[in-house]
Design a protein around this ligand. Sequence first.
Ligand SMILES: *Cc1c(COP(=O)(O)O)cnc(C)c1O
Length: 405
Amino acid sequence: MNDIEFIRECEDALKDKFAIVDDIAYFNQVKVLNAFRQNRIAVRHFAGTTGYGYGDEGRDTLGKLYADVFSAEAGIVSPHLLSGTHALSVALFGVLKGGDTLLCVSGMPYDTIRPVIFGENIGSLKDLGVKFECCDLTADGNFDLEAISEKLNRATVVYIQRSRGYELRDAFSCGQIGEICKFIRKKGFKGCIFVDNCYGEFVEKTEPTEVGADLCVGSLIKNAGGGLAPTGGYIVGKERYIEAIGRRLTAPSIGLEVGSYAFGYQYFYQGLFMAPHTVAQAVKGSLLIGYAMSRLGFINYPSIDKMPYDITRCIEFDDADKMQNFVREVQYASPVDSFVCCEAWDMPGYDDKIIMAAGTFVSGASIELSADGPVKPPYVAYFQGGLTYEHCRYALERILAKLRA
Ligand SMILES: *Cc1c(COP(=O)(O)O)cnc(C)c1O
């Protein structure tokens, strides 16, 4: 069997899963369109402003639009949220003060969030007097209800990370997030339930804010930006939290009344409109590569027997060369910088050397086809994105050829 026949066979085996992905995309497309219609989005909302940006209708309406899509009370969507990490950091500083305790119930948070929480003498939450507690997941990757019960009465904010980050676990479904929110409330927790939603948007029909989360935060160069947003982040949730976070994003005296963006907001609106479709392309690409790599004997997550709950996939190579070759083929298959050979380097915010393929239109956008991972045993590559399914398929073709060579 040649590679093309092999890929066709994989696609055939994935037909039912692809149909589920299409159904979710349609549901979310209608959800997004309803929010656009409700908010009477018009061409004037795309216009840029300068200076203070008082009365910037594009900015304010974009926040409301996101809030509606996520069934939240209010939202901040801004090019001035520089990345997912920045959005998460601003949101955490907005809802926590000295003496409070942040309890993370989904194991250690993402690498770049750790210094935000407990870095030493860098202006971290810890430096401000915020305490941190963490509940590891159980051996089978579930929330540890016993550990959570024991620590919950000391917590001010409960933190849940939906996606896997660089951990070998599957993303949580909104069903699981809903269950843990219910559990936490039943135990009498009155504080803020905060979800890092990076890579999770539009993968399911629901979002964390629809199942009990008070705040939900993500990056616009991942799912929610639909591949068009040039930069930025979003924060949606309860109005009182959003207002507090707005005062942290700007200044306590001005909150969300200021903020301009001269280039205008078209790509933020259009990106949100595209996001359900784009995410479906990436999920199908992830399923295809996951299935093909399983057939070739490479262990990868999420298991190919289940539907994914985020757009990322981790593939174990147990071999530095194979892992780096995989990442390099993703780069060679890219529309931008296809001639570049990836090398591992010390990326800001990460402890290990990371090799990263990101031949993307928007620099570093991981809703676009990309692959990365720390070059250390067990040599796991994290694969995500793909603006078109066809691009993912082509990358797989190249990977298969390289594996055979
Ligand atoms: C990507 C990611 C972040 C950080 O986002 P950046 O935009 O890269 O700063 C945070 N949490 C998770 C789970 C992520 O996947």
